[in-house]
Ligand binder design. Sequence first.
Ligand SMILES: Nc1ncnc2c1ncn2[C@@H]1O[C@H](COP(=O)(O)OP(=O)(O)OP(=O)(O)O)[C@@H](O)[C@H]1O
Ligand SMILES: [Mg+2]
Length: 463
Amino acid sequence: MASRSLQRELLGWLVVPLTAVVSFNVWTTYKNAAETANLITDRTLLASARVIAENIRENDGVLEAPIPPAALEMFASDQPDRVVYRVTTPRGQVIAGYPDVIAPPGQPVDLKPVYFETTFRDQPVHAVAIAQPIVSKQNPGNATVAVGQTLRAHDKLMTSLWLKALRDQVLLVAAAGLLGVFGLRRGLAPILRLRNDVMDRDPAELKPFATDTVQSELRPLVEALNEAFDRIQRQMATQRRFVANAAHQLRTPLALLKTQVSVGLRERDIGTKDEVLAAVDMSVDGMAHLSNQLLSLARAEQGSASLMKSEVDFGAVARDALEGLAQAALARNIDLGFESGEDGLAVWGHPTLLRELVVNLVDNALRYTPQGGSVTVGIGHEAGWVVLQVEDTGPGIPDGDREKVFERFFRGSEAGSEGTGLGLAIVREIVSSHDGHIVLANRRPPPGLSAQVRLPAHPPAHT
Ligand SMILES: Nc1ncnc2c1ncn2[C@@H]1O[C@H](COP(=O)(O)OP(=O)(O)OP(=O)(O)O)[C@@H](O)[C@H]1O
Ligand SMILES: [Mg+2]
């Protein structure tokens, strides 16, 4: 597809209608020029015919029509036009002029002039015929005077009238076009400047653009651009902090691993060597968990726009996640229960991320609940939402930490050595990319934490 140019489009909107208007104008100008030329020719023909008619006289009962020079002089022009005439008596006898050339289509009625077209030696002729009453006993009735002229002078007059008007119109269009181009250039200059500013920018430079140098219509665009820059800047800062934190989190267990390995190498006693190896195994597990959490967070962070979502049976996803955690619950002697009121708790989402959400919440509940406690997972419907509830009998979260636990790498003071502090950050990303909500609350009566996640039911409930 050809790229669209604002300049070309605006110019098109100016030139196309202008051309239509001018074409119409040229047409009316042509008509006007023709009318004016016709009017002038008609007047001259009529005046000439009248002069001839007034000179008709009777001499001894015979009608005569001497042609006065004035009748022909009024046609004087620089064009070699032929002027032809004919005078006929009431009985139809030609007494002056050319009998064969001028023949009006009919007799003039009521003394009104009749204008008509004819030819003289193959040249078109415009002519007039008038009736002249004769007061006489011998020749009663109306004599007819016809005068015609070839069309050279008429055509020249029309052309000169028309050309003058046409020249004015062309000049007008040219001036409008030039002014249009000039105006567009001036008007579009701020956009072009903005484009150059954007293109010339250093990729890392995210300073806002000045809004006072652009027209008011463009200001919202520049403001939106500045807002986008601001968002990117904040996102980049978060990203930088995250990378720094992640590097720090990786460095600590790596340093520990290094120490453990060098201790193991120095150790001679086979029993102690095994102990060190077991510790190394735990460290590697911890690092593997950290890498998995980092990957999950990166995946959840991609945002809702880039996720390939589909209809997911959230009940089935939760049951599947719990089956994977049953072993851990057994190892800690925790009673892990699942309550699902109904089938078909569908949401619109990403199955792997939704599974991760359940795993992280239940993993927390299992990990922070003392041995012998219980963890209950419930899932159900509530007014257009699918609700997941994870309740445990652990210590709960102190009020002051209720928001902080969602921050990346934040771990509670009692959290113990295992864990990365990323679980709830991942949960929050997943919930928000599925347009849901999460609430953590300590159980009443204590002890225990209740985590409640709400996701929009799919298809949306009709109320
Ligand atoms: N069910 C719970 N009971 C008590 N405290 C909890 C519970 N869930 C989370 N917390 C507190 O919130 C903190 C953050 O939890 P989060 O899941 O984000 O990280 P983590 O469990 O420490 O590490 P990870 O889940 O990445 O292995 C935990 O360190 C813990 O102090
Ligand atoms: Mg956790």
